[in-house]
Design a protein around this ligand. Structure first.
Ligand SMILES: Nc1ncnc2c1ncn2[C@@H]1O[C@H](COP(=O)(O)OP(=O)(O)OP(=O)(O)O)[C@@H](O)[C@H]1O
Ligand SMILES: [Mg+2]
Length: 163
């Protein structure tokens, strides 16, 4: 299983467009794909025709609250098309960063819920919000450490400033 987190603190630069199209293309090629909408704006969910006003469960439920109460990610996933599932989100996900501000292990909640997935996927694509807050940090913590090292490089030469 490969995980691809699509992150950029700049808004409106094509993260969601990339996430949806990459997911759809991989699914069309026969790969089993889960798109995780990690943006409280819910644009990936809306883009795949999910009515976010009627959602019973979202990624927020799988990330859990400060007391550690959470649902399995499998139980919030919706089937969108052949080989393509989504873990949807809505505005409620915006409470995660505030609720978890003092909670130990808050940056690995997404990693834990993905590791506990029952359904097998070839690819997990994560659509991040336009900020470098706790949600995006969770998406980067899912990646292997060697991959994370390069995730922060947003301009040529940035690597020279890193240890
Ligand atoms: N390659 C592209 N060429 C032209 N327009 C594009 C391209 N990719 C995305 N867009 C357009 O740019 C706008 C913003 O795209 P998108 O919603 O994917 O950005 P985003 O980075 O997810 O935004 P946000 O930070 O708000 O989540 C949309 O209107 C989209 O149609
Ligand atoms: Mg977006």
């Amino acid at each position: 299983m490969r995980v691809i987190s699509i992150a950029n603190q700049k808004g409106g630069c094509g993260k969601t467009t990339t996430a949806i199209n990459l997911s759809a293309c991989l699914a069309a090629k026969g790969r089993r794909v889960l798109l995780i909408d990690l943006d409280p704006q819910g644009h990936s969910s809306m883009g795949l025709h999910i009515d976010t006003a009627r959602l019973q469960h979202t990624v927020y439920d799988a990330l859990g609250n400060a007391q550690g109460v959470r649902m399995a990610l499998d139980d919030v996933i919706l089937k969108v098309a052949e080989n393509l599932d989504i873990a949807p989100s809505d505005l409620g996900l915006s409470a995660f960063e505030q609720n978890m501000s003092m909670v130990q292990g808050r940056e690995t909640r997404l990693k834990e819920t993905i590791e506990a997935l029952y359904q097998p996927y070839d690819y997990i694509i994560i659509d991040c919000p336009p900020s470098l807050g706790l949600l995006t940090f969770n998406a980067l913590m899912v990646l292997p450490s060697w991959n994370r090292k390069f995730a922060g490089n947003t301009r040529p030469g940035a690597q020279e400033n890193r240890t």
